[in-house]
Design a protein around this ligand. Structure first.
Ligand code: GRG
Length: 300
């Protein structure tokens, strides 16, 4: 299915709102130590699809929620995602030289500053969410619920757990079950947090929340399978990072485990299931439905 032009325009509009809002959060003076902001800004403004904030905002939009309220949470999600990429690229982890088409943070600012930039982005994310909650003084429960889902999915039972399994399984054979669990944590958890934060701020009913959780699980899986497929099929130019890095580090992926054809079939199935999970929203979910196909058809 070809992507609708409307979808691409709508997606770019969301990205613009996110980028403009992020810029506002990174104003700084040039006093001692302000270089930390240069390092944070470098990775945060290096590009990227902005998938997580786009998910949070579009889910909230679909439910008729407030843009003003969802934006700080959307930006916080992008900051958490960017911190994870900076740390993932460090010599102690994946030791990557390129990210988002540019030299990695530690290549430009040095390893110690890259660690701090990741830490500072993580902190900034919570500063932004908490200060928005305090400023608004109403809907506190919805904001707290969004923060709870973000914190738990980004932490030791979510993204960081996935990264731990990834590190520990390098060079070893893992089962299909462990592979799926690893990706559900490492990649899927923050994607799910993005969808559910948007759902909380948009005041989803409990059945809407459950449908969106199902959608999020399916696109999270699809995202990872596509990532694995691109790792064998794409070039550095397309991906903005070294292609073939999974094979080089002897990692189990959907492609090494199932072969390319089966991985592509699993990808199609996850995207179809994601679309099916949105049925209860009817036409209101057109953008989110297209987004699932975008995840399958993306080139980077
Ligand atoms: C170091 C705490 C810690 C966690 C790292 C997210 C992660 C866990 C590592 C990133 C490594 C990686 C390539 C994971 C596969 C999927 C993924 C998250 C890709 C990058 O996300 P995109 O494609 O990136 O949304 P952009 O640059 O578009 O935002």
């Amino acid at each position: 299915m070809a992507l609708m032009t409307d979808f691409k325009t709508e997606y770019s509009n969301y990205v613009k709102i996110v980028n403009d809002t992020l810029a506002g959060y990174l104003q700084f003076d040039d006093g001692p130590g302000s270089n930390i902001y240069n390092a944070m800004k470098y990775s945060l403004t290096a590009g990227g699809k902005r998938l997580r904030p786009v998910l949070a905002i579009s889910v909230c939009d679909m439910l008729g929620g407030s843009r003003q309220d969802v934006l700080p949470f959307a930006c916080a999600l992008e900051m958490i995602h960017t911190y994870s990429l900076i740390h993932d690229d460090l010599p102690a982890m994946d030791n990557d030289d390129y990210r988002r088409g540019m030299p990695t943070n530690h290549k430009v600012f040095g390893e110690a500053m890259a660690i701090l930039a990741g830490d500072a982005l993580l902190n900034k994310a919570y500063e932004i969410m908490i200060s928005h909650m305090l400023k608004r003084g109403e809907h506190t429960k919805a904001f707290a619920k969004a923060m709870d889902v973000i914190a738990s999915n980004a932490g030791a039972d979510g993204m960081i757990r996935g990264q731990t399994i990834d590190m520990e399984s390098e060079g070893r054979t893992i089962s299909g079950q462990t592979l799926e669990y690893m990706h559900r944590c490492k990649t899927g958890a923050l994607i799910k947090a993005s969808v559910l934060a948007g759902a909380s701020i948009g005041n989803a009913t409990s059945s809407e929340y459950d449908s969106l959780a199902k959608y999020a699980d399916c696109i999270g899986l699809a995202f990872q399978i596509k990532d694995d497929i691109m790792d064998v099929k794409s070039s550095l130019e397309q991906m903005g990072k070294q292609a073939g890095s999974d094979a080089a580090s002897n990692k189990t992926t959907y492609v090494t485990m199932f072969g390319l054809d089966k991985a592509e079939q699993l990808l199609d199935e996850s995207v179809e299931s994601a679309a099916a999970a949105l049925e209860c929203f009817g036409n209101r979910a057109a953008f989110l439905r297209e987004l699932a196909f975008y995840i399958r058809d993306r080139k980077n």
